[in-house]
Design a protein around this ligand. Structure first.
Ligand code: PGA
Length: 240
């Protein structure tokens, strides 16, 4: 596991975008694993600028997102589909048909999750997965627990995550209580993983990433078992 400690959020965003751009340049039909949340927004802005400047093209890129609330409609401005369209897809030359998110309205969520893993596998697997991290150490919606789930699955959100995400909703009551999320194995299937973290609220979770321990009470620590993970964080998140 490699750490890149940056001076500020802008530096994190630039570094992450450079790494993603290198993957796209090396493999124009690559598969990106994308994340929502406030942390990757700066990275997406950098990628949009690179695309507009003609440095990279998304014309043959495919994407799969980590998770989606459940239930939620794609038109809901809090859905992750809406977020991705607003913060990335509407501003780059990607073919919308090549952008994939779990269906927050799926009648049969289990079947939806199984089909999602199959589709990623059939597409050849994720070349680079972008991750944020919860202040409780969650990655995607794999929340701290005694046991973690390997494949993509439906899950409940912890009180801490509902609280953290309530800043985007009018009230905590309106935060969906469930989500469909890639599981640990689905994330680990990515050939390369970058995890972005900024701010002191992430320092506790990152501290455990710096230790030698692996524990399901901090799902991000399992990333120590993957052979190509880069943590890009600022000094506050790093605990300096
Ligand atoms: P954030 O969320 O980027 O908004 O801090 C990250 C996460 O909860 O995974």
């Amino acid at each position: 596991m490699k750490f890149i400690v940056c001076n500020n959020y802008q530096e994190i965003s630039k570094k992450a975008a450079e790494i993603i751009a290198d993957v796209i340049k090396a493999k124009p039909d690559c598969i990106l694993g994308l994340a929502t949340g406030s942390t990757p927004v700066g990275t997406y802005k950098e990628l949009i600028a690179m695309n507009k400047a003609g440095d990279i093209s998304f014309k043959t890129v495919k994407s799969y997102n980590l998770d989606e609330y459940y239930p939620i409609s794609p038109d809901n401005d809090q859905s992750y589909r809406y977020f991705m369209n607003e913060n990335l897809f509407n501003h780059i030359d990607i073919d919308m048909a090549n952008t994939h998110l779990l269906d927050g309205e799926a009648k049969d969520p289990d079947a939806e999750c199984k089909a999602y893993d199959k589709a990623i596998e059939a597409a050849g697997g994720i070349d680079i997965q972008i991750l944020g991290i919860g202040r409780n150490g969650h990655i995607a919606f794999n929340e701290p627990d005694e046991a973690l789930i390997a494949p993509t699955h439906k899950t409940g959100l912890t009180a801490d995550t509902i609280d953290a995400n309530s800043r985007f909703f009018e009230s905590a009551d309106l935060v969906p209580k469930h989500a469909l999320t890639m599981g640990m194995a689905s994330i680990f299937g990515a050939r390369k993983i970058i995890l972005l973290a900024n701010g002191a609220s992430k320092a506790e979770a990152i501290k455990e990433l710096l230790s030698d321990e692996i524990k399901t009470s901090n799902p991000s620590t399992l990333l120590k078992l993957h052979n190509d993970v880069t943590i890009i964080c600022d000094k506050e998140a790093y605990g300096e």
